[in-house]
Design a protein around this ligand. Structure first.
Ligand SMILES: C[S@@+](CC[C@H](N)C(=O)[O-])C[C@H]1O[C@@H](n2cnc3c(N)ncnc32)[C@H](O)[C@@H]1O
Length: 197
């Protein structure tokens, strides 16, 4: 993780939530993400690591559903925003400033690893993914939201699935085409990869 990356995300923090899917300020968009993610989690309170949590929108969504969430992000400004957001909502979640490639999470200690729009950016996503999977307790679940965006950046669902299947017996892909997740129609590929064993 470079200082340049941290600086970049620190600079993004103040305006990050202006994107509909980032801030989840639109109740319909927030509901869409809740209806997508919450049924895939074990009964609350599950121990959740939200890696590259950004401003904590998904952390908050899960904390409000009764889960025990630990958000990790390399950007102090993102983590400040996440803490402020969770406190303002009257919810509880823990946040750490750290590299998600080596997060301050004990191996085998969480029921869910949730990561949205982070894996694609690592130089060695296979190695990072292996370390994330090692954080899961037996029966733990992996939820990755990724995409292959119109900019050309990202990780295609099939590539993500191949990486996961090196470590897990199953990996289901759901393509997230519906505008309800993004607040607008999209033309690029966006997906959720879910693995329960
Ligand atoms: C596109 S944002 C996604 C934020 C959040 N997951 C969401 O979906 O709202 C990417 C986030 O990952 C964080 N990030 C990027 N590289 C990271 C790393 N190596 N370790 C921890 N966080 C990282 C950035 O600081 C930023 O907050």
């Amino acid at each position: 993780m470079s200082d340049e990356t941290r600086r970049y995300w620190d600079e993004q923090a103040a305006t990050f939530d202006n994107e509909t899917d980032h801030g989840l300020r639109d109740p319909a968009v927030r509901r869409a993400w809740a209806e997508l993610l919450l049924p895939l989690l074990p009964a609350a309170p599950a121990r959740v690591a939200d890696l590259g949590c950004g401003t904590g929108s998904l952390s908050l969504l899960l904390a409000e559903a009764g889960h025990d969430v630990h958000g990790v992000d390399l950007s102090p400004q993102m983590v400040d925003a996440a803490r402020t957001k969770v406190t303002a909502a009257g919810a509880t979640a823990r946040f750490s400033v750290a590299d998600a490639a080596v997060p301050p999470v004990e191996p085998g200690s969480v029921d869910v690893v949730l990561v949205r729009h982070v894996l694609w950016a690592f130089e060695d996503p296979a190695a990072v993914l292996a370390s994330w999977i090692s954080l899961l307790a037996p029966g733990g679940r992996l939820l990755l939201v990724e995409g292959r965006w119109s900019t050309g950046a990202g990780l295609a669902a099939t590539d993500c699935q191949t990486l996961v299947l090196e470590h897990r017996q199953e990996a289901q892909v759901r393509i997230l085409r519906e505008p309800s997740y993004w607040g607008r129609a999209i033309t690029d590929e966006r997906d959720l990869m879910f693995s329960s064993h």
